[in-house]
Write a protein that binds this ligand. Structure first.
Ligand code: ACM
Length: 555
């Protein structure tokens, strides 16, 4: 990252306006001390000794981020050689694809062929799927490393994919480079057995305030799984732009998507492009959660179709950053014809189980209308086979059975508002936690951060990591917490460099909060493990923020 690259694009500043602006809305397990003094026993698989370079010792098993559930270091390392094979010993095409993904990761930097084979011979990197491994659940895995072989075992393909991410982190950071590097390529001996704390570990990208191309979204999709994030929430509509093609209401995209904050060109995804994003996300075991925000945050739709307005008059397109001024017309029947069409088309495109209906900052909708609106819209989502997710204001209406509420309050959100959310959680509504003054990735790190907003305060790396989702919301049962999600709103964000600078490294801490057992939580150990990710992120070309709170290695 260079300052020149990062800031080469003009950063849009919030427009002046009279509209309301968004208001505020144990002793750590010291993995770092599990020093592995790995013998330099180079046991090439039928390859003879690999050339020994005075390079780094294998990464310690205890350096993995997110911290695994269980780590047992021991024995000599496994060494990749020019003859190493990746043995996907299962008929599942998904396992083959994970093997191919691993090979594509390792080939450029190692320069090895790394063929992906079916054969069950000895040695090599083995990818095993076993239905007997019940304790590994849907996403867990075991990684066993010894001089003779490196075995990854899971019950489901997602677990194998996560195991590959752990494997990556156990190799030197240079493995991430796309040119040949010297090696040696060793993986410390021992066993990692790992399962996630929460099933929902998300990141959100606002593609409405600024539009991001398919390639920009794919780039973020490529980066997130390294830390075992498994949901990508796309905020597809807002006052400033509608970003997904809807055949039955074509002007939503062609007109409503034609601009963005600051007045730029905007854009939208055709259905084919959206499917391409979904395919890419699925190949990285990320489930896409699409959001159409309603009844507020709808100026782009209201501008596209006059009949959606109570007045019958379409407002102009909007390119500022105020919130709370737009509302769908709750009493009009056409509103629900419109939403039925939008939800039907979006649900048909989206294989994931969730459809996010927003529901935040509906300041131009009366409370009675809001409740009536949610009573009508949630059954539409269910009719098309999806589970409702809404921002936590949904708990002020009647959340549908099985709905998830996404909490985006602050430490100083009123007790009444927190209690309303907690009450819903006790009544069965699941929670996704996105406290804005902790994990809104668009908040500035400090007063000098050139991007981002600060209405929820400054959020340095420690603040975003150092809290516990299990006990965060008073009165909400820990069992109601489905997981965590780090939203990135894009009022001031318009390039991949911007995304990376604001997301990394905070999203890494969110990933750890979502994955790692609470017993592993501890800032002092985490900051050391995070520091070790610096060279890896740099090798991947990620423009991360070099927080002074983290002891990044020099050079
Ligand atoms: C939000 O930040 N309005 C969910």
């Amino acid at each position: 990252m260079t300052a020149g690259r990062l800031f080469s694009t003009t950063v849009a500043t919030p427009a002046e306006g009279t509209q309301p602006v968004r208001q505020p809305r144990a002793l750590p397990r010291l993995f770092g001390s599990l020093l592995l003094v790995a013998a330099a026993g180079i046991a090439g698989i039928g390859a003879g000794p690999a050339p020994v370079q005075p390079a780094a010792a294998p990464r310690q098993l205890g350096q993995i981020v997110p911290a695994p559930a269980s780590v047992h270091p021991g024995g000599a390392p496994y060494t990749l050689t020019p003859l190493t094979r990746i043995r996907a010993d299962h008929h599942s095409p998904q396992v083959r694809r994970i093997g191919a993904y691993l090979a594509r990761l390792l080939r450029p930097s190692t320069g090895y062929r790394l063929p992906v084979t079916h054969d069950r011979g000895p040695g090599g990197i083995r990818l095993r799927l076993s239905s007997h491994e019940r304790a590994l659940g849907d996403e867990g895995y075991r990684l066993e490393s010894s001089p003779g072989s490196l075995t990854l075992t899971a019950r489901k393909p997602a677990g194998l994919f996560h195991a590959v991410q752990t494997l990556r982190q156990l190799l030197p950071a240079a493995v991430e480079k796309d040119t040949r590097q010297p090696g040696p390529w060793q993986i410390a001996g021992g066993t990692v057995t790992d399962t996630p704390r929460y099933a929902y570990r998300g990141a959100m990208l606002d593609v409405s305030r600024h539009f991001f191309t398919v390639d920009q979204v794919k780039r973020y999709i490529d980066q997130l799984p390294l830390y075992k994030i498994n949901r990508l929430h796309l905020h597809l509509s807002d006052d400033q732009g509608w970003r997904i093609a809807v055949d039955s209401w074509p002007r939503l995209a062609t007109y409503g998507g034609s601009t963005q904050v600051g007045g730029g060109r905007g854009g939208y995804y055709t259905k084919a492009q959206y499917k391409e994003i979904l395919r890419h996300a699925a190949s990285r075991y990320l489930e896409v959660v699409p959001e159409i925000d309603m009844p507020g945050h709808t100026n782009a739709a209201l501008a596209s179709y006059a009949e959606l307005n109570c007045s019958g008059v379409a407002p102009p397109l909007y390119t500022g950053t105020d919130v709370g001024f737009s509302s769908l017309c709750v009493p009009k029947p056409v509103t629900y014809d419109f939403l039925d069409d939008v939800v039907r088309e979006l649900a048909a495109l989206t294989p994931g189980r969730y459809l996010h209906i927003g529901g935040d900052e509906a300041h131009s909708t009366s409370h009675a209308d809001y409740v009536a609106f949610m009573d009508k819209v949630q059954p539409i989502v269910a009719k098309y086979g999806k589970t409702v997710v809404g921002w936590h204001q949904l708990t002020g209406a009647t959340p549908a059975k099985g709905a998830l509420a996404q909490y985006w309050g602050l430490d100083d959100t009123s007790n009444a508002e927190k209690a309303q959310v907690a009450r819903a959680a006790r009544n069965g509504t699941g929670l996704i936690l996105s406290p804005a003054d902790r994990i809104y990735l668009d908040m500035k790190y400090n007063k000098d951060t050139p991007l981002g907003l600060d209405w929820a305060g400054f959020v340095e790396v420690r603040r975003s990591y150092d809290w516990d989702p299990g006990t965060y919301l008073p009165g909400a049962p820990a069992s109601a917490v489905a997981g965590v999600e780090a939203p990135l709103w894009s009022e001031t964000i318009s390039t991949s460099d911007h995304i990376e600078f604001m997301a990394f490294p905070r999203v890494v801490g969110v990933a750890e909060l979502g994955w790692s057992p609470a017993s592993t939580h501890g800032w002092e150990a985490y900051r050391v493990r995070l520091a070790a990710q610096g060279p890896r992120m740099a090798a991947l070309g990620i423009d991360f923020y070099r927080s002074p709170q983290v002891p990044w290695p020099s050079g």
